[in-house]
Structure formats: C-alpha cells, structure tokens
Design a protein around this ligand. Sequence first.
Ligand code: ZN
Ligand code: ZN
Length: 210
Amino acid sequence: MILKVLPVGILSVNCSLLVDEESGQALVVDPGADAHKIIRELEHYQLVGIVATHGHIDHVGQVRTLKERFNAPFYLHPMDRFLINDPIWQGFERQIEANLPCPEPDIELKDKMEIKLGNTTLCIIHTPGHTPGLCCLYEEKSKILIAGDLLFRGGVGRWDLPGGDLNALRNSLRRIFSELEDDVLVICGHYEETTIGQERKFNPYLRQLL
Ligand SMILES: [Zn+2]
Ligand SMILES: [Zn+2]
C-alpha cells in the first residue's frame, strides 16, 4: 500500500491517500480543504471511497467536491452525522472554505468493519471521545493507523466540543494502546506523525489518562 499524507487548509488537517498499488484503487481520508491539491494526487488512481474519521467540518469540508467529481461513496460513523454541517464557531466554514452542505454518508462506519482496496484491507476501530463517532483506520500489513483527532504527537484530542466525552476518550486510548504495538506509525488529524511507542513513552497526557 502507498500512503500519501497531504496537509490541507489553514488548520493543516492531514488528508491521507491510501492506494493499493496492484489494483490502483484509492481511498481518501479527511478531505478537509484544498480539493484541487487532492484531486491532482488522485489523477492516476480509481477513487473507491471517501472516509471521514469524524464529522468536524475541518475534516469533511471538501467531501462534497470529491463526491461530485468522482462519484465515490462517503463513509462516516452515524453518531457523527449531527456534526457534518455544524460550523462549531461563527464563520468557521468560511474561514476554512468548506464546501457545505456536506453530503449525508452513503455507508455507515462500524467498529471492526473492513474496507477493501484490492489486496489491502483497512480495519475500522471506533474510538469515541473527541466526538461520539470518531473512527481510526488501521492497515495491518504496513502497520499504519490513521487516528484522526484521537491522538497527537505529545497530545490527545480535545473533549470539550459538542459530543466530546473524557471518559470515552480515556477508554478509546486504552484500547488503542493495548491492541497496537510500539512500531505502528500514527497519522494524526493535524501536524506531525508519530508512533505508538513514541507516545507510550513520552506523551504527558497519556500518563495521566491511561
Ligand atoms: Zn476534530
Ligand atoms: Zn481536527
């Protein structure tokens, strides 16, 4: 599998492109902004799905543009439906140039569900806390976790926005750190990537939460 991470928009959301080399099938995760940049990267592949790790508009802001262009199904956990057209803050949708309204999901994400891209399998892990429907994507062969805003390098997702829940966040982090090994690469929702091992050792929030 090829992984390409594109930081998009003023909030530097990490939009991930996952490509199965053999079949040329691609999945895009968190197309929050800069649709032209994402479309250019997708030129030589067949886009088979658009996934949002969660419903915050900085992560779903360009789902509509991609869906109209490629006609691929949109995947989202049903518990985050209430967020996809909620600007959270006054004028936020204009600031980040979100193309709203975001379409309703075509396929609902569920814990332990699998998404196939040719010979590549992505496993969905439902990890609520930052939002009720936040899901990670895990690819076992390359040991890559797309974590959305669950976890950051040296930080964790905030739990004070609508639908946020500290207890749920704690349980989700416990689950991720008990199920995944230290050498798993973590693509966070924003900013730098990290590994499970790096965060297990150095993340000050985890020390308090786990
Ligand atoms: Zn978020
Ligand atoms: Zn975010």
